[in-house]
Design a protein around this ligand. Structure first.
Ligand code: COA
Ligand code: AMP
Length: 636
């Protein structure tokens, strides 16, 4: 505890000095002299006058310092029955040639490149090639539909799009190229070129705008690393907010590299040369930070997995990976382990594998629910660590710090704030909440290096979404509390963001899609508890006056509409037509109350409700359709 306390206090009390020391651990072309600065709105800017290149720090630097032959990237793809291995030298050379190809298409420093790719090594190469040129990548997750891709293309305005011909799910090949073409037909912005990686499992037909990836790279000269300012953007990653328009979280180069390097050692306890596996996707922040960038910045080997925790081919998939690649630290979302637990509650698959290399299992993406925590703890002989963070922070805000001071674990808690994050819990008036009292979890400014530096093209949204609620603090959007021992418990979002199978989604966005259907007068989309996925969305819909169509057909049409416009990843499968919705007198739908009922909890009738009868209607409709646990909900 004392080691933790002294390091933590140092980071909070003397942030510039603390992070200045950490900054010395990454290679700079021009070391920073201004360590911590503030922009006009008072937001932290780290290492502003330093110059570096993230690709150089992660690849070239290691090759020049003796790691050239060490594996940098291992790829395991049960869905295509393929494996591959790239040393640091091979990665550097592949990336340099791809960067040369991009430069040949006119991509240079500051230009944006959208990447729409599955879990293949070329996705990492694409990200690093952009970083090498100082271009700004924006990776879009493969499970999103054309409309979502189009929204991101319009916002990021890429010069070039890099895509694969297809992705592979458990039971089907998903052709990415038609999704890209459909997105480009919807978007107003026109990229100058698309570069398509043809995969054996499903080749795409190329059009006038398209280049074949391999031909282009084969003919390209390698490009050198372009020095960028620490504060120049490395990437934009879109994440769900409370409105239909996703937020383009902007990450800088210098602070990001320093923070990730620090986290590999202090949070994850990793040493250079060891194998790290994060079973996420390059389309999410976990993938950006802990598949692509952090392991290589730290001189480790990253294992890239194109498969699922179950069904590819069985629920021993993760244990096999750990055994085969001697993985030291494995990181996945709790939902993945709930899927394994469902199929293999006794851990029979685990018993078939030698997982003795494993030192720690990390979980994030949603709260590690106590039953899953206890199941894993009983199964494995290593620490099972829940840690909390978000797209905006880019690295963990709270964790059990394996490389600094491991603590006893408490089920349901992400343990302590990570050095650099001054985490507070505030009540609605902005006063500190008491011990054990739930409130808004906020982070006192300055945010440490690595956190978002803005919302792309939208400084006003950056301020209003994160900084305006409690001046001087960053609003995480999560609710939670500290217990008497200082352990932090994160209990869930306080806004319209839901977490479905470790994927962050906006119910507000789904409401916009559902509400735009011509037969819908009003709707609410809420996230309800789901034993496997944590939460799933449910739509409650009031048809327009005079609607005399088939309600079941309307429900199906709305399910199809969300799948078509947002994508299968929304898992929007349940819609309920209701006569009215509970609202306050000012017309606000009481979504929290709807969630409470659907989750089978005791509920009270708020004094602000306009029409108490509406609650009974909704409750009855939920019970009739056996929605969630609604039949157990009781008024009280
Ligand atoms: N491209 C295209 N479609 C995708 C996709 C991708 N990259 N990823 C998922 N989908 C599709 C799935 O095929 C599924 O389609 P369906 O409705 O036709 O079956 C749908 O999106 C929903 O996917 P998902 O919620 O992942 O459900 P699943 O049943 O396929 O898998 C889990 C369930 C729990 C195994 C899986 O969600 C999982 O491994 N989650 C971990 C998530 C994670 O790592 N998150 C990162 C944060 S750490
Ligand atoms: P994302 O931006 O997709 O990483 O999602 C971030 C959100 O997921 C957070 O704001 C939390 O609501 C939730 N989350 C992620 N990890 C955890 C965790 N370990 N405990 C509780 N909630 C988590």
């Amino acid at each position: 505890m004392s080691r933790y306390s002294s390091v933590y206090r140092h980071a909070i009390d003397q942030p510039a000095q603390f992070w200045g020391e950490q900054a010395q651990r990454i290679p700079w072309f021009t070391p920073p002299t201004t360590l911590l600065d503030y922009d006009a709105q008072g937001h932290a800017r780290w290492f502003v006058d330093g110059e570096m290149n993230t690709c150089y720090a992660a690849l070239d630097h290691h090759v020049e310092n003796g790691r050239g032959d060490q594996p940098a990237v291992l790829w395991d793809s049960p869905v295509t029955a393929s494996k591959a291995r790239y040393s640091y030298r091979e990665m550097r050379d592949e990336v340099a040639r791809l960067a040369g190809a991009l430069a040949g298409l006119g991509v240079s420093k500051g230009d944006r490149v959208v990447i729409y790719m599955p879990m293949v090594p070329e996705a990492l190469m694409a990200m690093y090639a952009c970083a090498r040129l100082g271009a700004v990548h924006s990776v879009v997750f493969g499970g999103f539909a054309p409309h979502e891709l189009a929204v991101r293309i319009d916002d990021a305005e890429p010069k070039v799009v890099l895509a694969a011909s297809c992705g592979v799910e458990v039971d089907r090949v998903i052709a990415y190229k038609p999704i890209l073409d459909a997105a480009l037909a919807l978007s107003e912005h026109r990229p100058e070129a698309c570069v398509i990686l043809q995969r054996d499992v499903g080749e795409a037909e190329l059009g006038a705008l398209d280049h074949d990836w391999r031909t282009l790279v084969a003919n390209a000269a390698p490009a050198d690393c372009v020095p960028v300012k620490a504060s120049d953007p490395l990437y934009i990653l879109y994440t769900s907010g409370t409105t239909g328009k996703p937020k383009g979280v902007v990450r800088d180069n210098g602070g990001h590299a320093v923070a990730l390097h620090y986290s590999m050692e202090v949070v994850y306890g990793m040493q250079p040369g060891e194998v790290f596996c994060s079973a996420s996707d390059v389309g999410w922040v976990v993938g950006h930070s802990y598949i692509v960038y952090a392991p290589l910045l730290a001189g480790c080997t990253t294992l890239v997995y194109e498969g699922k925790p179950v069904r590819t081919p069985d629920s021993g998939a993760f244990w096999r990976l750990i055994e085969e690649y001697r993985v030291k630290v494995f990181f996945a979302a709790p939902t993945a382990f709930r899927a394994i637990k469902k199929e293999d509650p006794e851990g029979r698959w685990l018993a078939r594998h030698d997982v003795s290399s494993l030192r720690t299992l990390f979980l994030a993406g949603e709260r590690l629910d106590p039953p899953t925590f206890h199941w894993l703890e009983g199964l494995l002989e290593v620490p099972v660590v829940d840690h909390w963070w978000q797209t905006e922070t880019g690295w963990p805000i709270a964790a059990n710090l394996q490389g600094l001071a491991p603590m006893p674990t408490k089920a349901g808690s992400a343990t302590y704030p990570v050095p650099g994050f001054d985490v507070r819990v505030l009540d609605p008036e902005g006063e500190p909440a008491g011990v054990g009292e739930q409130g808004a979890v906020v982070i006192r400014q300055p945010l440490p290096p690595g956190c978002l530096t803005g919302v792309w093209h939208d400084p006003q949204r950056f301020h209003s979404a994160y900084m305006a609620a409690f001046p001087g603090y960053y609003l995480t959007g999560d609710g939670g509390y500290f217990d008497a021992d200082g352990y932090l418990f994160i209990m869930g979002r306080t806004d319209d963001v839901i977490n479905v199978a470790g994927h962050r989604l906006s119910t507000g966005e789904m409401e916009e899609v559902v509400g735009a259907h011509p037969a819908v007068a009003e709707c609410a989309v809420i996230g309800i508890h789901d034993a496997l996925k944590g939460q799933v969305p449910v739509g409650l819909v009031i048809p327009k006056d005079g609607f005399d169509g088939d309600e079941a057909a309307l429900e199906q049409a709305l399910v199809a509409r969300v799948r078509e416009q947002i994508g299968p990843i929304a898992c929007f499968q349940q819609v309920l037509v209701v006569p009215r919705l509970p609202k306050t007198r000012s017309g606000k739908i009481l979504r929290k109350l709807l969630r409470t009922i659907a989750d089978g909890e005791r509920f009270g009738i708020p004094s602000t409700i306009d029409d108490p009868g509406s609650l009974e209607d909704v409750h009855a409709a939920m019970c009739e359709r056996e929605l969630g646990q609604a039949s157990q909900a009781r008024q009280g």
